[in-house]
Ligand binder design. Structure first.
Ligand SMILES: Cc1cc2nc3c(=O)[nH]c(=O)nc-3n(C[C@H](O)[C@H](O)[C@H](O)COP(=O)(O)O)c2cc1C
Length: 132
């Protein structure tokens, strides 16, 4: 029995379910392209701060850049505030993200102190019904 099968998430579909995990500080565009060439069905870019994008941080802005051969790619945003998360998601969409992923799992203290990452799960109902 094969565990490899096509992937469908909402309107999005990928040829297979081999997904490169998001890894902050580790992956980049050339690595994503190599993984796609090697057979990945989807690559996940590392988390980008909604707050930093809001204040026009150039490094964070560059992290949203998607190369022509880098699809399908999922972009991950982390943030605490609905308005900035929404802005960041729109920027990621405009840059060509195929999926936008909101980080609600990062356990890093610095991120959690800012109200982002896994602390969003403290109020699951709110997280699930917020209009980002
Ligand atoms: C160095 C490093 C950076 C990571 N960065 C992110 C990240 O930016 N966003 C995220 O959702 N998960 C991040 N993760 C978690 C991984 O994507 C993955 O979920 C985790 O390593 C468990 O996968 P595994 O069971 O295949 O090891 C990171 C993990 C590592 C080791």
């Amino acid at each position: 029995m094969s565990y490899i099968h096509p992937l469908k998430i909402g309107n999005f579909s990928a040829p297979n379910n081999l997904v490169l995990a998001p890894m902050a500080g580790i992956t980049d565009t050339p690595f994503h392209i190599l993984c796609l060439k090697g057979g990945a069905g989807l690559v996940c870019a590392e988390m980008v701060s909604a707050h930093a994008l809001h204040y026009g941080n150039p490094k964070s802005g560059r992290m949203l850049t998607v190369a022509e051969k880098e699809h399908p790619v999922s972009m991950q945003i982390f943030g605490a505030d609905e308005q900035t998360i929404q802005e960041a998601a729109r920027q990621a969409q405009a840059q060509g993200a195929d999926i936008i992923d909101l980080n609600a799992g990062c356990p890093v203290k610095k991120i959690n102190k800012a109200g982002a990452g896994c602390v969003l799960m403290k109020d699951e109902l709110k997280l699930g019904t917020r209009k980002y």
